[in-house]
Design a protein around this ligand. Structure first.
Ligand SMILES: [Zn+2]
Length: 255
């Protein structure tokens, strides 16, 4: 009989209370995908898990396969996340990142690429938190799902951008920029569009450097907010669309 114990590297996505003294911990593991497991006795004062299973914790975990939920048997910290806990903004950003992964990733389906992306964004959140980290991560998650917004041609008429044919809107459902005559989505400014192109072009590092450089041009909050809002709405549109297609699939399947 195969061993019911397994080990994996994991990042804690969230935890919730179970009964008097236990918690269910949702992990994104490196090789086993998203796993829900019970940490028994974790809410007792002298729990053997200590504070090692907080959201964003990066740990080596040993799990015991159960019939419905797995059970956490050992935890070793690989890298503590305490730097983030003192910083309210970084904590908010971390929550948004963890929630997005939790919503997007199905249970027990290995997603090593998403794990690596989460590990990377976790490092960025610890070392140089910024309001741009979450939108950049959401776009990366979407890109990994094969969803990439169209930024170079109007999604209505297919025309390129030019001085007398500027892109003025972004439609999250159609997934791209629009010119004035095709416009159905919300407004997007030229600066926000430029920032979005940088983020999607993999230039988050350079953008963060520029934002930290006192001599460089600082990114105004309205532009960052615009891009963040667009990322959130595009993410929501994608999750909704996927849930809908899943619903149709299940109906056919059950008939
Ligand atoms: Zn157009």
């Amino acid at each position: 009989m195969a061993s019911r114990l397994y080990r994996d590297a994991a990042i804690v996505l969230r935890t919730y209370r179970l009964g008097e003294s236990d918690r269910i911990v949702v992990f994104l593991t490196e090789n086993h995908g998203k796993v829900r497991a019970v940490a028994k006795g974790i809410r007792k004062t002298r729990s053997r898990f200590g504070g090692r299973l907080e959201p964003l914790s990066y740990v080596n975990v040993q799990l015991h396969r159960g019939s419905s939920l797995d059970v956490v048997s050992q935890v070793e910290t690989i890298d503590a996340s305490s730097a983030v806990y003192g910083d309210l903004d970084a904590m908010t950003e971390a929550s948004a990142v963890l929630e997005a992964v939790d919503r997007l990733v199905p249970d027990q389906e290995p997603v090593p690429q998403t794990f690596r992306m989460l590990l990377g964004v976790r490092r960025t959140l610890i070392e140089r938190p910024s309001p741009l980290v979450v939108p950049a991560f959401l776009w990366k998650l979407l890109a990994a799902e094969g969803v990439r917004p169209e930024l170079d041609q109007c999604v209505g008429c297919g025309a390129d951008e030019s001085a007398d044919h500027p892109f003025v809107a972004f439609d999250t459902v159609r997934g791209g920029v629009q010119c004035r005559s095709c416009r159905t989505g919300g407004t997007i400014g030229a600066d926000a569009l430029a920032l979005l192109r940088d983020l999607l072009g993999g230039k988050l590092g350079a953008v963060l450097d520029a934002a930290h450089d006192p001599s460089g041009q600082r990114l105004g909050d309205p532009i960052v907010n615009e891009v963040a809002d667009l990322a959130t709405r595009s993410f929501e549109a994608h999750v909704e669309k996927r849930l809908r297609s899943l619903g149709i699939f299940e109906r056919h399947d059950g008939a």
